[in-house]
Ligand binder design. Structure first.
Ligand SMILES: O=C(O)CCC(=O)C(=O)O
Ligand SMILES: [Fe+2]
Length: 287
């Protein structure tokens, strides 16, 4: 039997998985895959033939499938798996998207930062890809933390982030005014302790973080910290872009990484099948 192998993309960030036998995931393979997700943050399995049912099954290697946070009234998918699995696609029927996050660039974000128990991981599987663009870009937020100046870290100890998302705005910062009634919001520490590894990771992002807040810190100071963090995240060297091929399966850790999407041609079809893994409350790294 082929052995599971992980080939790192950056020294400690992102890995290509080889030797995954979907039909026989032993307890030791499960442990190796979970350790690899904790270590590398992003796992890429190329060229896998996967049905919807098999995609949900794989999810259980990493945890419990989570129901989607999008309200069912806002959901176009009609598959029997639609509670758990959706399409990220620009395909439309009668002018209405048949999935979510249809078009173009999407700013850096953590999936689920706008709920109280952010998802442990997201799984995307490529059904149709564009000839150019549409790469998903990942940033290692543990490395971002380690790159911060001490003076900023000492301020972050006292700050939490407020996050919001309303499913319509994917390339702009949310403001209190611009959020629809259906927007979800949550507050988390600005630096979290990764629940499995206890590593520190910055937990703010340009798409969803509305503000940093903390006792004794003025709004201006907090806003300056947030802008410096956005700059460090966007300019981090701990980043790579995944250029999709059909049948790629990508799994990412939403606690240690954030991700964005590059623009792509509106006239080409892009279609990915997506599901998420249940998370938990995130504790502050600084107690
Ligand atoms: O379309 C993509 O590449 C990523 C979309 C996204 O942010 C997600 O599925 O969570
Ligand atoms: Fe996302």
């Amino acid at each position: 039997m082929k052995k599971l192998n992980f080939e790192a993309i950056l020294p400690e960030f992102g890995a290509i998985v080889d030797g995954l036998n979907l039909f026989d995931v032993s307890a030791s393979a499960k442990r190796l895959l979970n350790d690899a997700l904790d270590r590398y943050g992003v796992l890429i399995v190329p060229d896998l033939e996967l049905t919807e049912a098999q995609q949900l099954e794989i999810t259980q290697i990493f945890g419990e499938p989570s129901k989607r946070s999008r309200p069912s009234v806002d959901r176009a998918e009609k598959s029997p798996y639609a509670e758990y699995m959706g399409l990220v696609t620009n395909v439309r029927k009668d002018g209405i998207p048949i999935g979510s996050l249809p078009d173009g660039e999407m700013w850096l974000h953590h999936d689920g930062c706008f709920i109280d128990e952010p998802y442990r991981a997201t799984i995307l599987y490529a059904l149709e890809v564009t000839s150019v663009g549409g790469e998903t870009r990942f940033v290692d937020m543990r490395t971002v933390f380690r790159s911060l100046p001490k003076s900023l870290v000492s301020q972050l100890k006292y700050l939490s982030g407020r996050h919001s998302f309303d499913y319509r705005n994917i390339a702009d910062r949310p403001t209190g005014d611009g959020l629809s009634g259906r927007a979800k919001s949550a507050i988390h520490p600005s630096v979290i302790s990764h629940p499995n590894t206890q590593e520190a990771a910055v937990y703010v992002n340009p798409l969803c973080t509305v503000s940093l807040e903390g006792d004794g810190v003025s709004r201006t100071e907090a806003e300056n910290c947030l802008m410096t963090l956005f700059h460090s995240i966007d300019g981090s060297d701990a980043t790579f872009s995944h250029r999709w091929s059909k049948r790629d399966l990508v799994i990412w850790d939403n606690w240690s990484t954030c991700h964005a999407r590059n623009d792509f041609p509106a006239g080409e079809v892009r279609m990915l099948r997506r599901n998420i893994i249940k998370g938990q409350k995130l504790d502050a790294y600084f107690k």
